[in-house]
Design a protein around this ligand. Structure first.
Ligand SMILES: Cc1cc2nc3c(=O)[nH]c(=O)nc-3n(C[C@H](O)[C@H](O)[C@H](O)COP(=O)(O)OP(=O)(O)OC[C@H]3O[C@@H](n4cnc5c(N)ncnc54)[C@H](O)[C@@H]3O)c2cc1C
Length: 286
């Protein structure tokens, strides 16, 4: 769906409660931003996104610049406060291919520049195709890079803090450039390490061997190292697979799965079945 097709006619006013940088100066700026929405009609579930409306003037006379961000909190709200949600936002910059000029992304810089007490217009929530399984006995295989960790943070909080009786296996494969890019698992913010002692949970973090090159995060390397467990999970009808983050991950993941399946055709067939049975969910963006 194109961004222009989203319904933005009923925006919510939200107030910035907190904005903390969760990476250090050695790498890209990523912030954990907590917003308060006082409107009690705002409800969401894990895996949904909200739209951020940046007021103009903008190019082409658009009133708002709208971008989507995954909600990083579970349905009971940030820290179980129903009125609050959190986002995990990377401050984006783009280089013009022709002039070489660097220019800031509008919405991500707007959000990252917001200070406590500032007001932001939100729309949504959107998307119901990236939902945690209903059955506590389900296995979850989560594969992600970068800010794609945001919905997984929401999943973890939901299944372990809110459902409590989670029995299925939960596996997180997460690729990052450096240790500091391991969002919610680094020295600045270690939210996800709260779940390391859960019997059903295991995280596999992968760091880039060449962090200063703009190469894709090497999450598939770790999948290959644990190929038996990963492939057994994929084949298990009780497993739900989630993939989240930059869209460049998709082709690399397909290649890896093709190796596990034995051929491209076998993987395509398998993937078709996974999608049809609602066990393969993706959330990709550029
Ligand atoms: C469902 C969904 C969930 C998302 N969740 C998150 C999230 O949790 N956290 C997060 O940080 N982001 C997330 N995003 C990405 C986010 O929506 C924005 O795309 C991102 O923040 C950049 O928006 P911006 O307004 O800052 O940049 P823009 O102002 O949109 O700047 C991008 C502009 O730069 C140009 N451009 C784009 N790419 C390039 C390039 N490679 N080289 C040169 N020029 C380029 C294009 O002309 C484009 O108009 C999500 C996206 C989707 C679709």
């Amino acid at each position: 769906m194109k961004l222009t097709e989203y319904d933005i006619s009923h925006p919510y006013h939200a107030t910035i409660v907190k904005s903390e940088r969760i990476t250090d100066e050695s790498t890209d700026e990523v912030r954990h931003i907590v917003l308060s929405i006082s409107d009690a009609t705002f409800h969401f579930v894990e895996g949904q996104s909200i739209g951020v409306l940046v007021p103009g003037p903008h190019e082409f006379g658009n009133e708002y610049h709208m971008r989507l961000y995954s909600i990083a909190s579970s349905r009971q709200g940030e820290n179980q406060n129903l009125a609050e949600i959190s986002l995990c936002v990377r401050r984006c910059f783009y280089i013009d291919d022709v002039s070489g000029e660097r220019f800031p992304g509008v919405a991500s810089n707007f959000l990252c520049d917001c200070k406590q007490g500032d007001t932001v217009l939100l729309t949504g929530p959107y998307g119901r195709q990236f939902l945690p399984p209903k059955d506590n006995n389900s296995n979850m295989l989560m594969i992600g890079v970068g800010t794609g960790i945001a919905p997984f943070r929401a999943f973890m909080k939901h299944i372990y803090d809110e459902r409590k009786e989670w029995k299925g296996k939960v596996r997180l494969f997460y690729g990052a450039k450096t240790g500091m890019d391991l969002l919610y698992m680094n020295d600045k913010n270690s939210d996800l390490s709260l779940y390391y002692d859960k019997e059903t949970f295991q995280a596999f973090e992968v760091l880039s061997s060449r962090p200063h090159f703009n190469e894709p995060e090497q999450v598939e390397q770790s999948l290959k190292e644990h190929s038996k467990e990963v492939w057994d999970l994929v084949k298990d009808p009780n497993t739900h697979i989630y993939v989240s983050g930059l869209s460049r991950l998709e082709a690399r993941l397909d290649k890896t799965m093709e190796e596990f399946a034995g051929s491209e055709a076998d993987w395509l067939e398998m993937k078709k079945e996974l999608i049809a049975s609602g066990r393969w969910s993706t959330l990709f963006y550029d």
